[in-house]
Design a protein around this ligand. Structure first.
Ligand SMILES: Nc1ncnc2c1ncn2[C@@H]1O[C@H](COP(=O)(O)OP(=O)(O)OP(=O)(O)O)[C@@H](O)[C@H]1O
Ligand SMILES: [Mg+2]
Length: 288
């Protein structure tokens, strides 16, 4: 089970003087269970890529295959099925809220999908539980009375309630404080642990490296780098050219290697980096 993109090209306002190629010949395979971070400069095509994956935009060229189904040729009435399977959380989901209360907002798509009242209630409760919103105290709350972090969690619950196999998130922590961000990443990590394949667009690699096993960097609508987490230090210079800096611990092992030291740079975590450094300098004490 996977998502495959085969030479996908998406052009906005095609055939007009304002035409803009946002994705150009993109081929990718996203495996079930992956947690993939998508990065790149503003305008690189990240949001367009998510919209193409979720069927919101139909590429002019190429194919998108989700679990063996070519979704680029799905008829319009089958699109709802795709949106349930591949859930997209927009950058500011709160901008699209329209229901008066939390319960009504989360349940709207479930009613549309044809679930019974009992199943709708079960799913709303479950989704609110997953995002850490207490059902009894939040279900009747007006959306306007929520904090930004709570609103973002309602947006996430709306998509999680559909139980998507693929969860796409466009800058899910933009404009949130440290605590709000950590909560969102904890929910994403948990969804991925339970088997949901996750694709996150974000601008901070330090944050992504804590949850993702793979990082894809787009440049002007093309895939410039497609790296496993342990390859970040190896490609530090190429990444900097693309305006992206590896997490501090990857930079440390990269710099030590550049100085000619024999250090293992295939590291994922801070702990692995610390281990590699300690191997080089065995006299270093714990905490140094
Ligand atoms: N509706 C549209 N009409 C014309 N051009 C568009 C439209 N939407 C996006 N674009 C252009 O397509 C390119 C890719 O846009 P996209 O929103 O995918 O970039 P992004 O990588 O998500 O950027 P950001 O980091 O700023 O969110 C940009 O040059 C953008 O100006
Ligand atoms: Mg974007």
């Amino acid at each position: 089970m996977s998502i495959l993109l085969e030479k996908v090209t998406y052009v906005y306002q095609s055939g007009t003087p304002w035409q803009k190629t946002a994705l150009c010949d993109v081929s990718l395979a996203i495996k079930k269970g992956d947690c993939v971070g998508i990065m790149g400069r503003a305008g690189a095509g990240k949001s367009t890529l998510l919209a193409v994956l979720n069927g919101l935009l139909k590429p002019q060229k190429g194919r998108v295959i989700v679990d063996g189904i070519d979704v680029t040729s799905l008829p319009a009435h089958k699109m709802a099925f795709l949106r349930q399977k591949v859930g997209l959380v927009f950058q500011f989901p709160e901008e699209q809220f329209f229901a008066p209360t939390v319960y009504e907002e989360i349940s709207f798509a479930l009613h549309n999908a044809g679930f019974t009242r009992g199943e709708v209630e079960r799913r709303v409760k479950d989704a609110m539980d997953k995002v850490g919103l207490d059902y009894a105290s939040f279900k009747e709350r007006s959306l306007y009375t929520l904090s930004s972090g709570e609103k973002r969690r309602v947006g996430l619950a709306t998509v999680l309630a559909l139980k998507p196999q693929y969860l796409l998130l466009d800058e899910p922590t933009a404009a949130l404080d440290y605590e709000g961000r950590e909560k969102i990443y904890a929910i994403i990590r948990e969804a991925n642990k339970r088997g949901t394949t996750v694709i996150i667009v974000a601008h901070n690699l330090e944050h992504l490296a804590n949850v993702c096993n793979r990082i894809i960097i787009l440049e002007e609508g093309r895939v410039a780098l497609d790296l496993q987490l342990e390859e970040l230090a190896l490609y530090a210079e190429e990444m900097e050219r693309l305006g992206i800096y590896p997490p501090f611990h990857h930079q440390v092992v990269h710099k030590l290697q550049k100085k000619g030291l024999d250090i293992n740079i295939y590291i994922k975590t801070r702990e692995e980096a610390a281990c590699a450094v300690k191997k080089l300098f065995p006299s270093l004490q714990e905490g140094e």
